[in-house]
Design a protein around this ligand. Structure first.
Ligand code: ARG
Length: 460
């Protein structure tokens, strides 16, 4: 007999039982569900809505179930449909009549909204912990390489020299934004829906603030219809996770390129690369590829839920049960990706000599050569044309700009002088880009200090 079986004359088809049961995946919410029920029962007792002795029996019973769940001693039943009814059933089996009073003034609709909110709060806080570790790793590399010159790219063509430290700090910005986004997700989820019932609240004198306080929520929801039909906070988490995966994926793409024979900017640790079953020479960056690949499934989780929600009339509809698997999948994928990525990055060896050589070879000082002429009085547009001709000449001669003698340079503009060799060196190109947010080593150190302060001050 189903918990809701009173109104039915026939048993549910076996096909339906199998189809709509969610216990196979929502049992992941067991501990949170029980914690929510303990708070609800405590409040019911305090308010005199159920007898005090029953409230105490329920709380003790639930605490016992929680212990057994944590020890892996509880077997859930598919027949009991979902985690909420499984817990209630086990409780009543264990403590008898009192257990039947737990669901007073509550619906699975506010209950599942509560469980999901608690889950998202945990998941967001956990993401922040892993992001913090990644940000610290980035700061470490940036500190070490604030002076290590590498080419900066646009269109995957060498553009202007930067430093490896500057490049790492670009990712620091992205992941620190991810931390902030996760913090916002946490606060959006931090609203307690309990007491909103199925959709229209309840006739019992519940103390909603009290349950919220017992569960550590910052506030209570202000509209019962919205409270049971809102999954924005899940979408928020999925978007924050998607953005973070996107950042990881771009970084992975760069590491894959840099690890290639063509770039040789980085050497991945053997522990984070894999071999080929046929080609003995191979050392493949599979871990980075897999993170890049898994980004798609997290996007899928986001788009899936947005699509599920788009046509739903208020309030709860069973479609909403589809929120959980995507959420769990995104959380697992994000956590695993962040963990393995941070470990992989911290064991990479950066081949700074190859980076510096590559910067030298790609006309990355062409803008600086034009700026040099501008500083000698030439209008920028003219200088651009002069250096364009100069580069074309160098390409044909297979030379870098500064390989030319002063005489050869003067043939392109009489404004060239002996000081051009210092003014357009790689070191000067980087050092002279001394604007806030720029790659000059002093500026990068400023950003590193700001990053350290950000991490020190950051809390959820
Ligand atoms: N298992 C359901 C879910 O995940 C719980 C809420 C069910 N409510 C209902 N009225 N059918 O959404």
């Amino acid at each position: 007999m189903k918990l809701w079986g009173g109104r039915f004359e026939k048993a549910t088809s076996g096909l339906v039982d199998d189809f709509h049961s969610s216990i196979s995946f929502d049992q992941r919410l067991a501990a949170l569900d029980i914690t929510g029920s303990i708070a609800h029962a405590t409040m019911l007792g305090e308010q005199g809505i159920i007898p005090d002795a029953d409230a105490r029996a329920i709380v003790a019973g639930l605490q016992g179930i929680l212990r057994d769940v944590e020890a892996g001693r509880v077997q859930f039943e598919q027949d009991a449909e979902d985690i909420h009814m499984n817990v209630e059933k086990i409780l009543t089996e264990r403590i008898g009549e009192a257990g039947k009073r737990l669901h007073t003034g509550r619906s699975r609709n506010d209950q599942v909204a509560l469980d999901c909110r608690m889950y998202v709060k945990q998941a967001a806080a956990e993401a922040v912990t892993y992001l913090r570790a990644l940000c610290e790793t980035l700061l470490g590399i940036a500190r070490q390489h604030a002076e290590s010159i590498m080419p900066g790219y646009t269109h995957l063509q060498r553009a202007q020299p930067v430093t490896l430290g500057h490049h790492m700090m670009a990712y620091f910005q992205m992941f620190s934004r991810d931390m902030q986004r996760m913090k916002e997700v946490y606060h959006h989820a931090d609203v307690c829906p309990l007491g909103c019932g199925a959709l229209a609240g309840t006739t019992y004198p519940l103390n909603r603030e009290r349950t919220a306080e017992l569960l550590g929520f910052a506030s209570i929801s202000l509209n019962s219809l919205d409270a049971v039909s809102d999954r924005d906070f899940v979408c928020d988490y999925l978007y924050a996770a998607s953005a973070c995966m996107m950042h990881l994926s771009r970084f992975c793409e760069e590491l894959i390129l840099w690890n290639s024979h063509e770039f040789k900017f980085v050497e991945m640790d053997d522990g984070f690369a894999t071999g080929s079953s046929i080609m003995p020479q191979k050392k493949n960056p599979d871990v980075a590829e897999l993170i890049r690949g898994k980004t798609g499934r997290v996007y899928g989780d986001l788009i899936g839920l947005l699509t599920t929600l788009k046509g739903l009339p208020l309030t709860y509809n069973k479609d909403m049960q589809e929120d959980k698997e995507g959420l769990f999948d995104a959380r697992d994928t994000l956590v695993k990706s962040l963990m393995v990525f941070t470990a992989m990055l911290s064991t990479c060896t950066f081949r700074t000599e190859n980076m510096a050589r590559s910067a030298e070879g790609g006309f990355t000082n062409a803008t600086d050569a034009a700026d040099y002429l501008v500083k000698k009085g030439m209008p920028f547009r003219d200088a651009h044309a002069v250096i364009g001709h100069l580069v074309l000449h160098c390409v044909k001669e297979n030379k870098a700009i500064l390989d030319l003698s002063l005489e050869e340079l003067k043939a392109f503009s009489p404004l060239f002088d002996a000081d051009v060799y210092d003014a357009c060196s790689m070191r000067a190109c980087v050092t002279l880009r001394d604007v806030p947010g720029g790659p000059a080593p002093g500026r990068v150190r400023e950003t590193i200090a700001a990053g350290e302060a950000f991490l020190d001050a950051f809390e959820i």
